[in-house]
Design a protein around this ligand. Sequence first.
Ligand code: GGG
Length: 360
Amino acid sequence: MTDIRTFRIGAIPGDGVGAEVVAAGRRVLDALASDSGGRFGFDWQEFPWGSDFHARTGRMMDEDGLDRIRDLDALYFGAVGWPTVPDHVSLWGLRLRICQSFDQWANVRPVTFLPGVTSPLRKADHTELDWVVVRENSEGEYAGLGGRNLSARGRGGEVAVQSALFTEVGCERIIRFAFDLARTRTRKKVSSVTKSNAQQYGMVLWDDVFARVAADYPDVEHESVLVDAMSAKFVLKPEDLSVVVASNLNADILSDLGSALAGSLGLAASANLNPERRFPSMFEPVHGSAPDIAGQGVCNPIGAVGSAALMLEHLGLSDEAARIHRSIEATTGQGVLTRDVGGTAGTEEVTRALIDNLGA
Ligand code: GGG
């Protein structure tokens, strides 16, 4: 008898285009499952959390929401953010709540240059570019430490403090993760990014840990670059990059720059990993909810579908993940492109092409 593995996946479409891209990704995953000859399948559980849920309940997710998803095999997330809820409330109430409560400390954001997609980089056409931005996902500038006070002084007199937290444990685990990842790649190089000339405590600790960890990986090239210089390097010397590791905020900004340089934020996939597997990991496109185009059927599903491939890799289905990557390349190579990458296709047309190309 065949052993059927059913993966229990929590789908959290969230806000805006999240619903459209998660639906597209689920169709691609279900197509792979039905093509697997019963080898594996997905038991989807959908959670209607997000800003609409907030309008009804005053919360971004159910009070016992974390307990309801804690034992699932993985989470598949869309996007968060909508004009009806302040952004810091929606982000902290849903995405960051899940990432931080489940210690998803490694946010892996590959930057993939695809056939048929024009990059604004002048070197992209004749240079093979392939980067991964590794974002520290549990502390740094997103530690949530600080407060606002002195509002009694009246308008203009309030103060706010927002502190970044850098722990040696937090720095070391993400830096080791980056070096281990670099060892699996053709170009074995890690670039660490800080602003340690100006931020002389936390980021100098990061630099010190980076130098110490790098000594354990003599086979991997390494460099330490200030964030301002690194943003210039992304544009001017992109062929010199492979794995880029940075704090929560710096990596968020650099990965947006990276995916814009690859053609569009709509292409960018990501994995929020709890590498110890004590909690479920969460897979989501890098892009947000895009209220300006939500509900119009024009958003790019490739970031979400690429995230589904990262989820399959995490679940041990590497061959199926590779099928998705090939299908994405075939689809963009055929010129089936949404308008953010210069095409005219809608979400539905691209999704159908992605499914049709699973045999590519
Ligand atoms: N799918 C990613 C997403 O919804 N991002 C919303 C956002 O604003 N994120 C900010 C951040 O993660 O730093």
